[in-house]
Design a protein around this ligand. Sequence first.
Ligand code: ZN
Length: 245
Amino acid sequence: MLLWAAGHTWLERIASTGWKEPLWVGIFPVNADGSAAAQSYIEGLDDRDFADIEDFVAREAHRYGKELTQPVHVALYPWLKRSPPQLETGTGLLGTALWSLKLRWFAWRTVELGGRAPPRIRMLVLYHDPSTLQTVPDSHGMQKGLIGVVHTFALRAMAGSNNIVITHEMLHTLGATDKYDPRSGTPLFPIGFAEPDRNPLYPQEKAEIMAGRRAVSAQDAQMPASLGAVVVGPATAAEIRWTRQ
Ligand SMILES: [Zn+2]
């Protein structure tokens, strides 16, 4: 398993940020809590529910001079009958490394493709019934293995913000780093701001994707309703190789 993982990683890094052909991203829905609400939500999903991710990446890539018509192609794959391995909060370094390895094995070896071509990036999207919990567990996007694990609410009204989280974790798989303060959750200035030169600075109208939220004041930040109010800032663009650093 270790040998397989090491060889795979090297090839993936080279192939994922060339931006010469559309990058295939597979969405694999998972019923996180076994609820009827999450199940009916998952069964109602289709490719169009993720189209704004494609539109967002295309719009932003074009701003940075990338001429590819569709830099990212997002396809919906069959929902998974099993949940991926969970990372318990407070897991140490070794435990996290082991979890990451198990997750890669799960995403690449136990996931069914339903007869479709394998995607380059695998986003496992876990849907939770919003009536049974207040906040969802943390999401993760890993460059090693090109895998994202995203926790979301099975709620139509949150589809737009769910796509922000999916895109944020997807860009982590391509090497983008967080641009918010981990203690307060507020965007870092200037790299986490969509418009750092705006006068007055607050409120920001848009969010930078790796900050995830727009600063409405020096202390507060809000997640936009959709990717329509999100941008890829210059620091993120350099990390995912749209520009040279
Ligand atoms: Zn992040």
